[in-house]
Structure formats: structure tokens, C-alpha cells
Design a protein around this ligand. Sequence first.
Ligand code: ADP
Length: 437
Amino acid sequence: MRKKINKQLIGIAIAGILATLLLMSAVFYDLFKRQVQEDLAANVTILESTGIFQRESVDKIDIDLDDLRITWISSDGAVLYDNDADVGNMENHLDRPEVQAALAKGSGQAVRRSRTLNKSTFYYAVGLEDGSVLRAAREAKNILSVFESALPAIGIIILVMIVCCVVLARFLTRNLLKPLEEMALNIEGYTVKPAYRELEPFADTIRAQHEDILKGAKMRQDFTANVSHELKTPLTAISGYAELMENGIVQGEEVKRFSGEIRKNASRLLSLINDIIRLSQLDGMEEENGFETLDLEEIARVCVDNLRISAQKHGVSLMFQAEKTVIRGNRELVTELVTNLCDNAIRYNNWGGRVIVTVKGEAEKAVLEVKDNGIGIPKEHQDRIFERFYRVDKSRSKQTGGTGLGLAIVKHIVALHDAALELESEPGKGTKIRVIF
Ligand code: ADP
């Protein structure tokens, strides 16, 4: 990048220098041309005012002016006098543009290429009173030769300027890239200086991304550690019970109890693995994946019906009230969301408690509400229960077959559906969770 900026700066500078030189040469040459014409006009006026151009005394005219050629031409184009050539050999001059202009308008001028390549002849002609034309001419360098003679000077100027440009371009590039390099070395602690204000949003974005990456890495690390720990506990139990049974230490009724423990831990492992797989699927899922128009009332009704046995087991009455409500979503995920919320409301309830599941439309939105009068969640835990493996009461969660991942899955599904999640809870009174689609 540094090289590219450098090259571009030098390129722009050289193009600028060349363009300026060319334009300046053209302007100066134009000025020079006008000056030559004005000199010629002044000369002609002076000569005219002397009154020497009389046909009777044409032989007496003798003009000798340095490099100034004077020609006197009659109105029919015949040359009457020329201070530089033999009149007898000269062709008719009526077709010369400056002569024609002088005859028509009183004066005229022209520039023609000389026989010598790098020179031009400038002409200025005026009409005299008797109808004849007086013309002055002079050879001068043309633009090519002016340019040619100025070439060494131009070359030196360009060289000096290029050297200046290279040095300046290096300096500018270094200054331009300095804040970027400093930022790259230490994005965290870098503060954008006022002169580079435009870099502020760039630095902010990179910093935010950097923080996100760090946070993501930390979360993955924590999750892996948690998963290993969670898997290890039931596996250790299973292997312990199995070892005791293998050694024949366990007898009679105990065999049944130990087998039950093994089965319970194995099913815990299965739930854990299912939830982990579900989370990783959700992580890689794009929004609107498998979306269709869903009857939320029907989905919730099926979920509630499937949980009736579990509710009975916990001594909890399960109520369902719904009106026809349609949403766009993924059937499997919405089913999982409703099931997880209802399951929690049953498990974290008291014997004789109640769970009310409501589906309704509210301000053009579909709302799913799961309300229980169970144990509730203390304020300080409310923000964290949606984190992976976060539980308020670990033993109660495990006892009731919880994995600590249910609400993390809920949060993920809500996000994929672009929905909102609201929680109201008070310890001892109960919990209300609303999902607004
Ligand atoms: P778990 O598998 O432990 O139930 P969740 O992610 O579903 O995990 O919930 C996280 C924690 O939030 C639970 O351990 C529990 O402490 C608390 N919790 C969730 N739902 C409720 C509820 N309805 N009432 C009281 N506490 C709840």
C-alpha cells in the first residue's frame, strides 16, 4: 500500500508539472506572437507616416532595417518595392491572406512557416490611401524551437521537481500510514488523534470486532470447559455403579436401584448431548431457515398436551387459553421453544401449583405467554438465566432433569425469529415469560 500511494503521488505530481510546463509554454508563445505582430504594426505605421511610398519616386525608396522586410504591393497584387528581394522576380501577392485582409478591412496579419524549419514568418499589412498595401514581415522562432531552446532548462526544472516530489511523497505517505500502523500494533489502547478524525469509525469498528472475537473465543472456551464438566459427572456415576455391580458387591434389591441410577445418568447424558447438538445447529443456522406460516395456537396446544403427564407428576395444573394466531417461523424450533418454557414452569413450581399458557394477538403481534406461580427467580439471577449452563439452583435443576441449556436454546430461537423476550419474576410468587413475534 505504501508503495502504491507513493507511486500515485509521484505520478500525479509529474503529470501536474508537465501539464503546467506545456500550458505555460503555450501561453508565453501566444504572448510572444502578439508582441511580434504589435512591433510589426508599429513599424508599418511609422513607415507609412513618413510618406515615402509614392509611385513617382519608388526608385528612391531605400529602407534598411535589421531583419525587417518591407514590401509595397499595388492593389492588383504586383510588388512595387521590396527591401530584401528583386521586385522583377517576385510573383503576384494578391492571394496572400494578409494582403487580402488589408485590402478588404484596412489591415491584416498572418503567420507562415519559413523555409527554415524551426522558424515562422510573421506578416502585418495595411492599406494605404492610394489603394496599395504596405507590408512588414519578420522571421521569428516558432513554438517548437522556443520549446527546443528551453528544453535543457525545462529538463533541469523537472528533475529538481521530481526529486522534491519523491521526497515529499515519501513524507506524506509515511504520515498518512502512521496512524494505521500504530492502530495495527495496539488497537485496544489506540486513541485517534484529532488530525485523523476520519479514522475514528474505522478504529471503532475494528475495536468492536476485536472485542467480539475475544468474547466469542472466551465463550467457546467456557462452553467447552462446562460441557466436559457436565458430561463427566454422569459418566463418572455410571462407571462407578457399573464397577460395583461388576465386582458382585451389589446384591438383590440393590441391583435394581443401581441399574436405575445408571439409566437416569445415561438419560441425563442423552439430554445434555441433545441440547448441545441443538445449540450447535442453532449457531450455524441462518435466519428464516425452514420458515413457513404457522398456527401458533395449534403448536402450543400440542406442546401443552404432551406435557400433561409431567405436570401431573409434579402436582401442577396446566391451563391453556388461546385465540387463533398465525406467525412465520420454523415449526420444529417454535415447538422446542414452547416446550422448554412450559417444562421450566412445571419443574420450578410447587406441589399444587399452576401454569397458564396463553397465545394471543396484541397490537398486530403474536404473543406467547407462559406464567407460573412457582418458586420465581431472584432479581440478581434474572439477567443470567439465559446463559449456557447457568442455573439458580443447581441441584434442583439436575434433580428435575435439567441441562442448564433450555433457556439458552430459547434465547437463540427467539433471535432467529426476530422476536422479543420479556421476563417478569418474583421469588415465591412466580414467573412470567413472554415471547413477542
Ligand atoms: P435447566 O435445564 O436448568 O432448567 P434452563 O436454561 O431451562 O436450564 O433454565 C436456567 C435456570 O433458570 C434454571 O436452572 C432455573 O434456575 C431458572 N428457571 C428457568 N425457568 C424458571 C421458572 N419458570 N421459574 C423459576 N426458575 C426458572
